[in-house]
Design a protein around this ligand. Structure first.
Ligand SMILES: [Zn+2]
Length: 420
């Protein structure tokens, strides 16, 4: 059996057509009229998707198991089968108006890697595990990245299983109803490495004409709820100089959040995405406004500096506008830096395959961002049209899908051939 993949003359190639057909076949389960996919976690359609994926994995001779939160692991033995496995995959649940590629591309690219190795009779030193994480999207059951969150210990199993959807059904009940409750004894205890291929969900690769994003890490995220309280009063009888208009203060906060992010380019992000105005009446001066604030940066120190500037600015705005201020932090995830060896394997695979590539930082959350806390990890991005995702119009080209799977194949081989 050969294990060489480095020379161009004999470079192992995936079957792009087979991968594309698999993506289109999985997308039929939960297909929406506008060409997208609605296959939310732990629904009957999720069960059908899992059934199909299980059949495909078993057809390749993989041993399919599930852990207690329903994460799917499909194992291909290694030459040294006691060695820690290299794990590859993503998720197959979607948003209610999701696309065909978010998550599914990473899982089916992993399947294509295994199909290619099987077709060529290539053994790896380490075992491989294909993974499909449960409930990455978090739209039916919060939080997102539930399966990987339980896997890495960020969330307890009991906590995850007790989360309820809008109908009051718990995640545990829904998981049992689709018949995918497994056992934690089935999941790998330790990972030699984790690689996740994913659509970029942003516009950078397309804009720059690159095919592969070598993902070096993910932005740190801090979330806040800000409440500004003034005085609700009659819009006609209250003179301008006597007003305590909470919405006017809020507009200054929105401007400031944007300015802080703009002052920390290219990686700074600042967003006010939700705003609640009380009493929200045409002829009443707004008495109270609550804003959501989302600040992100790739560098933890810079992010902390952005947050400090944000807090100071808030104080200034509140006192200048004669408003009471309350700030609650609702999330604080530090930036994640992926593992240098895994990043290097992805970069080498992109280069050897002749793909146009660049380093990129993920602005979105992914299962890989959590797994990076417990195992050497990296990600591979491919472009998606106009950066559109979480939308039925989401699209990645067959050529880019094939390129991403090609890079996943060769990066996986590099990690899996290293001595255990
Ligand atoms: Zn995803």
């Amino acid at each position: 059996m050969t294990t060489t993949s480095s020379s161009h003359a004999t470079r192992l190639t995936i079957d792009g057509e087979r991968l594309w057909q698999s993506l289109m076949t999985l997308a039929k389960i939960g297909a929406t009229p506008k060409g997208g996919c609605n296959r939310q976690a732990l629904t009957e359609l999720d069960r059908q998707g899992r059934d199909l994926l299980t059949r495909w994995c078993e057809a390749e001779g993989l041993t399919v198991r599930f852990d207690a939160i329903g994460n799917l692991f499909a194992r291909r033995p290694g030459r040294d089968d006691t060695a820690d496995p290299v794990v590859i995959g993503s998720h197959i649940d979607t948003q209610p108006t999701g696309g065909k590629f978010d998550g599914c591309f990473g899982v089916l690219a992993a399947l294509e890697v295994i199909r290619t190795l099987n077709a060529q009779g290539i053994e790896t030193q380490r075992p491989l595990e294909l993974v499909a994480w449960t409930n990455e999207e978090g739209c039916r059951f919060a939080p997102c990245m539930m399966g990987s969150g339980v896997f890495v210990g960020q969330l307890t199993l009991d906590d995850a299983l007790s989360r309820r959807d809008a109908e009051g059904i718990s995640a545990g009940e829904a998981l049992a109803a689709i018949g995918y409750v497994g056992d934690d004894a089935h999941r790998p205890a330790r990972l030699a490495g984790y690689l996740e291929a994913h659509i970029e969900q942003g516009p950078i690769l397309e804009e720059e004409g690159d095919t592969i994003g070598v993902v070096t890490g993910a932005l740190g995220i801090q979330w806040f709820d800000v409440t500004l309280t003034g005085m609700a009063a009659h819009s006609g009888s209250t003179p301008m100089h006597l007003r305590r208009n909470a919405l006017l203060g809020a507009t200054r906060v929105i401007e400031a959040v944007d300015a802080i992010a703009m002052a920390h380019q290219p990686d700074g992000r600042g967003t006010v995405g939700a705003c609640q105005v009380l009493p929200n009446s045409r002829n009443v001066i707004p008495g109270e406004v609550t804003l959501s604030v989302d600040l992100r940066h790739s560098d933890g120190d810079v992010l902390d500096a952005m947050v400090a500037e944000f807090r100071q600015t808030l104080e200034k705005i509140a006192s200048a506008s004669d408003l009471a201020l309350a700030v609650t932090q609702t999330a604080n995830n530090p930036p994640q830096h992926f593992h240098p060896d895994c990043i290097a394997a992805v970069r080498r695979a992109a280069q050897a395959g002749g793909h146009a590539y660049r380093d990129i930082v993920s602005g979105a959350g992914h299962d890989a961002v959590l797994v990076a806390g417990v195992a050497p990890t990296a990600m591979i991005f491919i472009p998606c049209e106009k950066g559109i995702s979480h939308n039925e119009a989401e699209y990645a080209s067959p050529a880019d899908v094939a390129a991403g799977a090609d890079v996943l194949l060769h990066a996986t081989l590099e990690l899996a051939q290293q001595g255990a």
